[in-house]
Each structure stands twice: as C-alpha cells, then as structure tokens.
Design a protein around this ligand. Structure first.
Ligand code: MGD
Ligand code: MGD
Ligand code: SF4
Ligand code: MO
Length: 686
C-alpha cells in the first residue's frame, strides 16, 4: 500500500484552515489540521475532519445531466452534449432578449474561492451581461462599504493585541472557531475585557459582560454608547482633532440618544450601557468584532456597520495594533472583462454599486425575482448558478424558487444536486477544491493576516467532474470566445490569477505552504491623506447626505417590530432571528454527510422555556413557525440562554427552510440587504 501526505488547505468555509491530507493508494483517508499554518495553527473543525466522507459522498454528481422537462427526468449526458446544449440555449436567449437577460449567480463558496468567482465573472463579461449576481448582496459587502465610507478603505479587526473585544452579534464557536480559541487564551491569561452583545447567551458570553439585546436594535445601543463616551469625555481628543471630521455634529447628534432612551429600545439596563461604553473607551487597544453578517442583515444594516466604525474612530482605535487595521490588497491579475452597461439595481442603490467611482462587480441580487417574474426593470430569462444554492439560502425563498423555475434556461455548476440544481435544465458536475490545485487567500477576514497559499491538489477529480475553470473554458469555446479562455491546467490558471511580480515568485517558492503578501498597516492616518473625499476619517459623511441618507447614523426600528408594526405584532408576537452557525454545516451544504449529520440530526428552533410555555409549546415538540410571509415546521428546543420573546431558527435546511418566513419588503435602502435577523413570527404547536 502506498501512503502519502499532502499539505493543502480546506475551503469548505471562508477560513481556509491549513490541512494535512493523508492518502492511501491515492485515496483520501484522513484529514488533520496543519500546525505549521501561521493562521489556523493546527485548528480544524468537524467539517474539515469529514472531508474524506465529503469528497467520496455517494451523492456527488459524477456526470453532466440534462433534464427532460416534460417528464421531469434527468438524463446522463456527455460533457459535449451538455455544453453544446448550454451554448445553443444561451445563444438563443442572447439573440432574443439581449445579453443582459442572462445572470451569472455566484454564492458564498464562489465569492471565497477566487478561481470560481473569477471565471464566473470573466464568462459573464465575455457573454456581455452586466448581471453577475452574488451572495455579496446579502453578506459582508455592507460592512465593507460602511467602513469604506468612513475610512476610505476597509479596515479589519486586529484582535491579537486587543485589551478589550466586543463580540457584537458574533458567536465564534459557531462561525469562526479559531477566534474562539484566541479569545479563550487571552481570557485565561487575564489580558482581556470581553463584551458580548447578543440576544443569546453564547458560550463566550458566559465569561463576558453580556448584553442580551432585542434583535435589530443594535444602532440604539451604539448611539447610546457614543453618548456616554462623548458626554463623559472618554473619547480620544487628539486623535479626533487631527484625523477626523464631523465631531461637533456628532456631539450634537448623539445628545438625544441617552442610555435611558436606549434602555427602552434595546431592553438593556441603562447602567449596563454605561458600564460597557466606559470599558470599551478605557481599555485600549479595543476592537469591535461584528458578526460576519448579523448586523448587516437588517433594514438598518449599513448604518449599523457605520456606527461601529464611528465607535472605533472616536476611541482612537483605528490603525493601531489591537484595533482595526488595513492590509494591502493581494496582487491579483484582473481577469474581469468589462461590460459598459450597469448591472441590475445599480441605479437604485448607487452607494452599493458605485461608491466614489469604485464599481461593484455585481448587481443587486435581491432584485432578481422581480426581473424574472415581472420583467422589471427588464426581462431576465436565463441563469448560470455556480457555487450557490439560492433557492434555500436567499430570502423570500418561495419567490426565488418561482424565479429560478420560471427561467427559459437554468444551468447549475455544483458538486452536488442542490435544491437549486433540481430546478435546472442542465447540471454540470464541479470537482471540489480537493480535486484541483488553486489559490487560497483570505482577505484578512480571520485576524487581519495578509496570507495566501498555492494549494496543492489532493486527489484526482471524482467521477467525470471538472474543475470550475475548465467548465467555463469549455463552455466559452463553444460560445465562440475560447481565445479569452485559453487555460489548460490548474497550474496555468493559478499562474493567470496572480499578477506577475515578486509576490508571485515568493508564493511559488513557499509552496505547499503559503506566503505573506504584505504587512498590516499601522498609523496610516498619520502618514497620508485617507481615500475619503475629505482625506480624513468621516464621522459625518457628506457622501451619504448627498445621496439622501443620514450623514451620521440615526436609529431606525426594524422593519417588522413591536414598535414599527404594532398591529402585526399582535398577530405575530415573537421575534425570529435566523441563521446561527454551527460547526457541522456550511449554509445549505453537508446535510447528506452521515458523520456530520449524526452530530446534528435536525434543525431546532431555540426558545426560552417561559416563552414556549406561554405559547403552549413543550420541549422537543414539533411546531409550525409562521410569519406574515410563510410558514415552516420544526422541532423546538428549550434554552435558558435565549432572550424571552425571541425564536432562533438555523438556516440551510431545505425541508425546514427558514427563508420561507423572510421577505424582501424592508430592504436596507442603501444596500438592498434583507432582514434575516428580526422578523415577527408566531409558534403554533402541532
Ligand atoms: N460553521 C460555519 N461557519 C460559518 C458559516 C457556516 O455556514 N457554518 N458561514 C460563514 C458565513 S458566509 C458567514 S456570513 C458567517 C456569519 O457569522 P455570524 O454573523 O457571526 O453568524 P451568526 O451565527 O448568524 O450570528 C452570530 C450571533 O448573532 C446573534 N444575533 C442574531 N441577531 C442579532 C441582532 O439583531 N443583534 C445582535 N447583536 N446579535 C444578533 C445570534 O444570536 C448569534 O449568536 O459565518 C461564517 N462561518
Ligand atoms: N435565513 C438566513 N438565510 C441566510 C443566512 C442567514 O443568516 N439566515 N446567511 C446568508 C449568508 S451570510 C450567506 S453567505 C448565504 C450562503 O448562501 P449560498 O452560497 O447559496 O449557500 P451554500 O449552501 O454555501 O451554497 C453553496 C453551493 O456551492 C456548492 N459548491 C461547493 N463547492 C463548490 C465548488 O468548488 N464549485 C462549485 N461550482 N460549487 C461548489 C455546494 O455544493 C452548494 O450547493 O446564505 C445566506 N442565507
Ligand atoms: S473552519 Fe472548518 S470548514 Fe472552515 S476552513 Fe476550517 S476546517 Fe474547513
Ligand atoms: Mo455569509
């Protein structure tokens, strides 16, 4: 028997942990963490350990398939047949409706895997459609924009040196295990003041100052904290005078947001708000780590993110070790092909789409159903979905399902037959990341570390699956733009992705380990004009004002809430938060992997026992959760750790899809993000 160990990394989620993959006779048998990896340092989660079961899952798509729509039956096809079929359909749609009638839809895996994202984007450009739609219209981009508009660039959390950390709507034990480990180390060493702002008592909240907040009211808390920091002179006067604009306006602005007022809005006692504001301002360096998306996925999401930027700025916690810092951009080659026309929704959401001339590479995905179902603002007739499962993961799931089902042509590129793939005309089996070499980099999302890796291929493609790049290249050939897609091997693709230069050489020399592509940037505000219109940190944003938005964040009630929609609240007296992460699954994926499923058998709706009793619900009973938009069945789990009146339902379960309850009526006016985190609901025992 031949054995072999390959050093590579895991791309089952965004953190890109280093792995040691053990093979026997070319077959992957075991995966361990990689202690030498400078960021993950040997960390690995249950999903990483389950990689052998994942890649060899009997549910893998092993050959292209074409669906006979009349009989609703899948037929196996050769790659030639499947790709010819796609090319013919796409050509016809372009002739009939124009190129923009095609959307290329890229999910979370796609955004995080640079190869998948780049090729999807390049194909859309070659085809001539501006409509690259992405999960970034519901995740992450809001916080990037909220920080960019304040600092000119996007600074990241730099928690290693922090004396105070606020986990604001973030549970690292579910979503970012490595960060949980770091925080525990710091707590044990007595080096850290930890504050957790979360309607749930998360595991780390046990060792923290915990503020159980009414969902969606984070801006009220943030504004009241500013009120305390300003009125008690706890701000960094010198930093503010030298590097920011708009402080006088801010002082006036926050006067109405007293801690007493915020107590009524958030449910957090005034004394706790004061205590936390003081701790945050006094223990420097301090760093707010916001949920990767918790605060974004609200009607007020953009302003929530901006408010956190202002809190960091007034306490002088930007560009210092332990605060927020920027890192240089990784020197990637630009393989995008520009399309002159703006994508869907660009005109309606100009800050999202074109902030200071920085054009977003993608359109407003939440406008997709309307374009398909109503032809507004123009007909959308075809889609290629890659590395996404929007039928389950997007809000208003029923609408998204109708939209995908209503297209003239849908192709899905995926290693598995996802719920979105089930609606397709053609499915194209993608190899997983272990079956191809590739470039892995995390734009500092873990600890602000500018690190990248040329990942080794671990095993040969399973069945007749192809790597994503090859699928796009072969389809492009058949569409007549093969010249723009000349690559033949993983190595050629990697070579094309990284711009030539010193870093590229270093990256190659460092393989199979990775290399740093730069250093964290400290004291930038002292050294140069920032990239904002004023050249300073903008506590007051004229850009926002010019677009008709609040130049300093105001508090806005959630779209559905006891205060904003009291009539609705009478019928739906509970607040639903959705999507809490767990270590066994990434979004809608991995439910069919037995070793993971055994650890997390079914979705559970968490409720406080007192709330459950008021609603006549027993522990472990099946219930129907209903909102004004839809309903779903799920089992209840009592938890003393969740705020009474709140129900927490995980996302990603196709049979109990919480996104049936989430609608798109109250989108964030700046970014078009939906509200996943405060929906009024009721629970009916079955
Ligand atoms: N294991 C695993 N890890 C993942 C993922 C995965 O699918 N699986 N997905 C990755 C991705 S793409 C993302 S975007 C991130 C998401 O990462 P996070 O945003 O950190 O994830 P969540 O678990 O949704 O939310 C964290 C906490 O926010 C709280 N919360 C909910 N609503 C509110 C609110 O209104 N205010 C406040 N203050 N708190 C609230 C919840 O109770 C929960 O404890 O996770 C990433 N990591
Ligand atoms: N209610 C609610 N809904 C949510 C959230 C929430 O908190 N609450 N969170 C939202 C967030 S933050 C996000 S990021 C989205 C995620 O939404 P999606 O990105 O749509 O979700 P995934 O389940 O990760 O879908 C990824 C698909 O890619 C496939 N795939 C895996 N590897 C590859 C590959 O190498 N190539 C290709 N072509 N395909 C591959 C997988 O099999 C899977 O079908 O969900 C969102 N939905
Ligand atoms: S956290 Fe888990 S799934 Fe994500 S990259 Fe690390 S090992 Fe893979
Ligand atoms: Mo996300």
């Amino acid at each position: 028997m031949s054995t072999q160990t390959v050093i590579s990394d895991c791309m089952l989620c965004v953190w890109d942990c280093g792995i040691k993959a053990h093979l026997e006779n070319g077959r992957l048998v075991k995966v361990e963490g990689l202690p030498e990896h400078p960021i993950s340092q040997g960390y690995i989660c249950p999903r990483g350990r389950a990689l052998p079961e994942y890649v060899y899952s009997p549910n893998r798509l092993t050959t292209p398939m074409i669906r006979d729509k009349n009989k609703n039956r899948w037929q196996k096809a050769s790659w030639d047949e499947a790709l010819d079929y796609c090319a013919e359909k796409l050509t016809r749609i372009r002739e009939e409706y124009g190129a923009r009638a095609l959307s290329v839809f890229c999910g979370s895996v796609g955004v995080e895997n640079i190869e998948v994202a780049t090729f999807a984007r390049r194909f859309a450009g070659a085809f001539g459609t501006p409509n690259l739609l992405s999960v970034e219209n519901i995740c992450y981009r809001t916080r990037i924009l909220g920080r960019q508009i304040t600092f000119g660039r996007y600074p990241l959390d730099d928690p290693q040196d922090s004396r105070c950390i606020i986990l604001w709507g973030h549970n690292p034990d579910g979503a970012k295990g490595m960060l949980g480990d770091l925080i525990r180390k710091k707590l044990i060493a007595g080096e850290l003041e930890l504050i957790v702002i979360d309607p749930k008592r998360t595991p780390l909240a046990e060792d923290a100052y915990h503020l159980p907040i009414r969902p969606g009211t984070d801006a009220a808390l943030g504004l009241a904290m500013l009120n305390v920091i300003i009125n008690e002179d706890l701000y960094d006067r010198e930093y503010i005078e030298q590097y920011t604009i708009g402080f006088d306006e801010l002082v006036e602005h926050v006067q109405k947001y007293t801690p007493g007022w915020a107590e009524n809005v958030t449910g957090i006692p005034e004394a706790d708000i004061r205590a936390v504001a003081r701790t945050f301002a006094r223990f420097k360096p301090a760093c707010i780590i916001q949920g990767v998306n918790t605060l974004d996925q609200h009607r007020n999401g953009f302003q929530n993110s901006r408010l956190l930027s202002i809190l960091q700025a007034v306490t002088g916690n930007v560009y210092n070790p332990g605060g927020w810092v920027t890192i240089p951009r990784i020197p990637l080659a630009n393989l995008g092909i520009n399309v002159d026309e703006a994508p869907l929704g660009a005109g309606d959401y100009p800050i999202f789409s074109n902030l200071w001339g920085r054009k977003a590479a993608f359109g407003i995905a939440t406008m997709f159903p309307k374009a398909v179902l109503e032809g507004e603002p123009y007909p959308m007739r075809a889609s290629i979905v890659t590395a996404a499962n929007p039928v389950v993961s997007f809000p208003a799931a029923g609408l998204f399902k109708d939209a995908f089902a209503g297209l003239d042509f849908l192709a899905v590129i995926d290693p598995f037959l996802s719920e979105t793939a089930e609606l397709a005309d053609v499915v194209l089996p993608a190899s997983t990341f272990l079956e191809k070499g590739g470039l892995a980099y995390v734009y500092g999302v873990v600890f602000g570390e500018p690190y990248a890796m040329l990942r080794e291929k671990v095993i040969e493609p399973v069945g007749d699956s192809w790597p994503d790049w090859k699928i796009w290249c072969e389809l492009a050939k058949r569409m007549g733009y093969g010249e723009q897609f000349p690559w033949q091997t993983d190595e050629e693709v990697n070579d094309a992705l990284v711009a030539p230069g010193e870093f590229k050489d270093r990256l190659k020399a460092a393989a199979p380990m990775g290399a740093y592509y730069g250093e964290k940037e400290y004291d930038v505000q002292k050294k140069k004009k920032l990239n904002t219109p004023s050249g300073k940190i903008e506590l007051y944003s004229q850009t926002l004002k010019d677009h008709g938005f609040d130049p300093i964040p105001e508090y806005m009630e959630p779209y559905q809430s006891p205060v904003n929609t009291p009539e609705l609240f009478k019928q739906y007296p509970l607040i639903l938060i959705s999507g809490a992460r767990c270590q066994e699954y990434t979004h809608t994926q991995l439910r069919s992997i037995p070793v993971l499923r055994r650890q997390n058998i079914e979705p559970l709706a968490e409720m406080h026992p007192s709330t459950a009793e008021q609603n006549g619900v027993q522990d472990h009973a099946m219930v129907r959760v209903e909102s004004k938009s839809g309903s779903m069945k799920i089992r209840v789990k009592f938890s003393e750790n969740i705020l009474p009146g709140v129900v927490s339902v995980p996302h990603g379960w196709a049979q109990s899809n919480v996104n049936m309850l989430v609608d798109m009526e109250g989108l964030d006016p700046i970014t078009a993000y939906p509200d996943f985190k405060s929906v009024l609901c009721r629970v009916v025992p079955l």
